[in-house]
Design a protein around this ligand. Structure first.
Ligand SMILES: Cc1cc2nc3c(=O)[nH]c(=O)nc-3n(C[C@H](O)[C@H](O)[C@H](O)COP(=O)(O)OP(=O)(O)OC[C@H]3O[C@@H](n4cnc5c(N)ncnc54)[C@H](O)[C@@H]3O)c2cc1C
Length: 407
């Protein structure tokens, strides 16, 4: 009897899970339920390519034909209830669907700015494509945008707005831009580039209030009034737990899963931004993709696999600056770092902890990142090396040689 696999949510975790299920089970019925209209798309492009045609097929995760070829049914309906005792889910229009295995990939929602005036017309946050379209429509005749959040998403949105001819101010509560992925030197350089483009940057600054009579006219931040005609913010996410609240599926900040992506209820799995694994809620594209693959495989296979965290990589290509940051780049948690910068070689800094390469920041394009990523993931011991004497190129060579010997 063919199995029925239901997947709730139609983001990157869901699509990768569907593919992994199909790889294991050629006969099963796979249905993806998504509350957004149309086919699953690349959410990251909502900031990176905000002013491109977001309805173009280039934004889709997979073309329509791919779903047809793999017999994966897409149903654009919200799921409002899960009934584990009868292995059934309920759609917003009251229809019921029975499942053998269920996967929850409902993602996350943006954290709401907890300040007065946040509901005024002209204040936006983007998680879904329609929100991006609404924001773009609102700012057609507007000039001054305040962009709250100086993380990767905020910087990319600011770059898109700047290229579209808007005057932009960035407000960031932390002492520097992209503080989680960059060291002080690179954050400073990024800030210089952003400011050189004419964007005002306020770091160490909390937004206190949005002001306006019938729509936004200013924000109050750090005690200063900054005139603007629109506000866009991204200040973190919260797992989307509405569907499972009050059910037997155990949650904390996210849906609690084990390494196999199983929830506390047998036969029900979860993957992506909605999950919490070992106390950690990720909120990252690559992690959602990998978790989806593991969940899908385990739903359909007799030989389960564990989810392994890949080394995170952040790539920035904005404000005439190309850089990447991989792995752990918190100097305070490392034993040593090696920094190089010359006319021939752009700024590069590697981070070492317990005699292993754990992170890198390099002012280069993503194409240059692979040797570093491989070296970090190899976990090769660098015992015996004097980090104050060795060049980064020599260190990478040493990693390769030690790896060859140990294989
Ligand atoms: C603008 C933007 C830029 C980003 N940039 C980066 C980046 O540079 N790097 C990075 O690593 N990450 C980035 N992210 C985060 C990344 O997009 C997420 O980590 C990833 O999309 C999570 O995938 P997911 O499949 O778990 O959930 P989501 O992509 O959130 O998809 C979940 C889907 O489920 C649907 N859904 C929810 N509830 C229901 C329900 N009850 N019934 C049916 N459907 C439901 C939602 O509508 C949504 O379509 C960015 C996010 C945004 C919004």
């Amino acid at each position: 009897m063919p199995q029925t696999y239901c997947v709730i949510g139609s983001g990157v975790a869901a699509v990768n899970a569907a593919k992994a299920i199909r790889d294991q089970d050629q006969d099963g019925k796979i249905i993806l339920f998504g509350s957004e209209p149309a086919l699953p798309y690349n959410r990251i492009k909502l900031s990176k390519e905000l002013f491109s045609d977001l309805t173009s097929s280039k934004v889709l995760l997979k073309k329509e034909k791919w779903y047809e070829k793999n017999s994966i049914e897409i149903v654009n309906k919200k799921i409002t209830r899960i009934e584990p005792n009868s292995s059934m889910i309920v759609t917003a229009d009251g229809a019921t669907v029975e499942y053998d295995k269920l996967l929850i990939c409902t993602g996350a929602k943006n954290r709401k700015l907890p300040i007065e005036g946040v509901d005024l017309p002209g204040v936006y946050t983007i998680r879904e494509r329609q929100e991006a379209e609404d924001f773009k429509a609102f700012i057609v005749n507007k000039e001054n945008v305040v962009n709250v959040g100086g993380g990767i998403q905020g910087i990319e949105t600011a770059w898109s707005l700047h290229k579209a001819g808007k005057k932009v101010s960035i407000i960031e509560a932390a002492p520097r831009l992209m503080a989680r992925q960059l060291d002080e030197r690179t954050s400073k350089l990024l800030q210089q580039k952003v400011e050189a483009a004419g964007v005002r940057v306020y770091v160490n600054t909390g937004i206190e209030k949005v002001e306006g009579a019938d729509q936004v006219s200013a924000v109050i931040a750090g005690g200063e009034s900054i005139p603007c005609d629109s506000v866009i913010y991204s200040i973190g996410v919260i797992p989307e737990l509405e569907l499972v609240s009050g059910s037997d599926i155990q949650t904390n900040r996210g849906i609690i899963v084990n390494e196999c992506m199983e929830t506390s209820v047998q036969g029900i799995y979860a993957a992506g931004d909605v999950t919490e694994l070992n106390g950690v809620v990720e909120g990252l594209w690559g992690r959602a993709m990998d978790q989806g693959k593991v969940a899908g495989h385990n739903m359909a296979s007799q030989t389960p696999v564990d989810y392994q965290k890949a080394t995170p990589i952040t790539v920035l290509n904005a404000f005439n600056l190309e850089l990447f940051s991989i792995g752990m780049v918190d100097e305070s948690q490392c034993d040593a770092t090696i920094t190089e910068e010359s006319d021939e070689h752009p700024y590069t800094r590697v981070f070492i902890k317990e005699n292993k390469l754990v992170g890198v920041i390099a002012h280069e394009g993503v194409a240059a990142s692979l040797p570093y990523k491989n070296a970090i993931e190899s976990q090769v011991s660098l015992m015996g090396i004097d980090f104050s004497q060795i060049s980064i190129a020599a260190l990478l060579t040493e990693v390769t040689e030690r790896l060859t010997v140990s294989v």
